[in-house]
Write a new protein. Structure first.
Length: 250
C-alpha cells in the first residue's frame, strides 16, 4: 500500500509518498481502507519533531481519518466489515491508504456524511467539545471568546458554544474570516485524553455526530488535496490563508 512517510524532522517538504508493507492485524484491531484524512497543525509539529508524540522513523503523520472497515481482528465485537467509520490516531498514521486501529477507537459515521467531512470531524470537534464541556465547564448564558475563530478548531468552538447556550464572541484575522466564523483560556491536550479513554472519546464523538445529523454542526472544508500532495496540504495549512479544514483524499 502507499503511505506518506517522514524519515527526518523538518518542514512539510521532507514528506514522501512511498510503498510500505501491510502490517498484520492484532486481535483487537480493525483495518480501515482510508478514503480521507484530516490535516492538522499538530501534524506539522509531529513532522518537525516538536509534538508531544515522537514516533520512530520512518512514520506516517495524520491524527484523524475516515474510511471503510475491510478486516476485523478475531477479538473484535461490534465492528463489521464494510462499516463506514472515522478514527482518531494519537500516534499518527492517517496519511495512508490503510490504517490499523484499536476497534474501541473507531466511530460509525452517519449514512449521509461523506468521507471528506468525516475526516475533518474528530480532532477539531472533539477538541472543542472536550475543552468547553470537560475543562471549561461552559454553561448556558456565559460568554465564550473564541480566538482564531476561522480556523479548524475555532469554527467548531463557535458552533459548540452556541449549542451549549453561550454568548459567543468570535475573533479572527480580518472581516473575510469573521464572515465564515459568523473563550476563558484553557490548555487542552485532547489527543492524550483520546488515547487514555478511547471508549469515552468515542461516545463524545457519537454525540457530536448526532448533532451533525440534526443540522446543528456544519463543518467547513477549505480545500481538498490528493494524498500525494500531503506536503502541499500541510504548507497550505501553515500559510493560514484558509478558513476551515484541509483534507487529504486517497
Amino acid at each position: 500500500m502507499q503511505a506518506v512517510c517522514c524519515r527526518e524532522w523538518g518542514p512539510p517538504d521532507v514528506l514522501r509518498l512511498e510503498n510500505v508493507a501491510r502490517r498484520e492485524l492484532a486481535p483487537s484491531e480493525v483495518r480501515i481502507r482510508v478514503h480521507a484524512a484530516g490535516v492538522n497543525f499538530a501534524d506539522s509539529l509531529m513532522v518537525g519533531g516538536t509534538y508531544q508524540v515522537k514516533p520512530p522513523f520512518p512514520f506516517t503523520p495524520g491524527l484523524e481519518a475516515a474510511g471503510e472497515v475491510v478486516e476485523v481482528g478475531r477479538a473484535v465485537d461490534g465492528v463489521r466489515i464494510g462499516q463506514r467509520v472515522l478514527a482518531v490516531l494519537r500516534n499518527g498514521g492517517g496519511y495512508a491508504e490503510e490504517i490499523l486501529v484499536n476497534a474501541a477507537a473507531v466511530v460509525s459515521i452517519p449514512g449521509p456524511m461523506d468521507f471528506v467531512t468525516a475526516a475533518a470531524f474528530p480532532v477539531a470537534y472533539g477538541t472543542s467539545h472536550f475543552a468547553l464541556t470537560q475543562r471549561g465547564h461552559l454553561q448556558a448564558n456565559e460568554t465564550l471568546l473564541v480566538l482564531g475563530a476561522a480556523g479548524g478548531v475555532g469554527l467548531t468552538a463557535v458552533e459548540i458554544g452556541k449549542i451549549l447556550g453561550a454568548r459567543v464572541i468570535a475573533a479572527a484575522g480580518g472581516p473575510e474570516k469573521l464572515a465564515i466564523a459568523r473563550i476563558s483560556v484553557i490548555g487542552v491536550v485532547w489527543g492524550a485524553q483520546a488515547e487514555r479513554d478511547p471508549v469515552l472519546t468515542s461516545s463524545y464523538l457519537s454525540e457530536l455526530l448526532s448533532w451533525w445529523e440534526a443540522g446543528k454542526l456544519k463543518p467547513v472544508i477549505a480545500k481538498v488535496f490528493p494524498l500525494a500532495r500531503a506536503s502541499d496540504a500541510l504548507t497550505a495549512l501553515l500559510s493560514r490563508q484558509y478558513a476551515g479544514k484541509i483534507v487529504l483524499e486517497t
